[in-house]
Design a protein around this ligand. Sequence first.
Ligand code: ADP
Ligand code: ADP
Length: 209
Amino acid sequence: MRMILVGPPGAGKGTQAARLVDTFRIPHISSGDMFRAEVKSGSDLGKQLDSLMKTGGLVPDDMTIAMVLKRLTAPDTAQGFMLDGFPRTRPQAEALDVALTNAGVKLDAVVLIKVPDALLEERAVHRRSDPETGKIYHLKYNPPPPDVAGRLVHRPDDTKEAVDKRVTKYHSETAPIIPFYTQKGILKEVDGVGDPDAITERIKAVLKS
Ligand code: ADP
Ligand code: ADP
């Protein structure tokens, strides 16, 4: 299975990806996680990325494309992969298309997780992640167990201001990749509102159709 999860910030891409990769036994490739690892390393590049990401900006296409395409040459992607958060712009979608064509492989599906803008801010602002397990929690909808509470991370770009900017960027920069995949006949839309288990089932159902 070679697939992409697309959706606005807070749509539930990371939450659903973690469940689906267990089922399909494919690597979860999150461009956001890769950039956050670079920031954590404290490198010069990480410092530049940090200030860009904090304010809700996008990382330049050339750097993002190079990083993800390199990751896709690793042997663990031979049987499939789940991309989360990439591509996020039309040039990224086109670059991925060229790379996959050159490698002689095809995408099976692009799943768009649809969530109204009005719900996104609350989802992101109360998001917390566990740096040890990678698990994603929500203070209200998926509260963390008390024993991990002390080590949880609140992303610096999960403020109201940065989320608003990211949602605006989603509509201007990311939404244009949707017709690109509709045209290829591989876009599958899923309602991202409701219980996360129900949404996982919706995704599995559209992947079978
Ligand atoms: P979310 O899960 O909230 O959609 P991500 O973890 O995917 O956010 O991304 C966090 C940040 O990392 C983005 O706001 C952006 O700055 C950067 N980023 C991640 N993926 C990309 C990408 N494909 N192109 C450009 N910037 C990216
Ligand atoms: P994304 O990767 O698309 O930015 P996440 O998977 O990190 O989104 O989810 C954003 C926040 O919303 C997290 O706090 C997560 O626990 C919560 N969340 C995910 N799915 C749902 C859902 N179906 N209903 C309510 N909250 C959700």
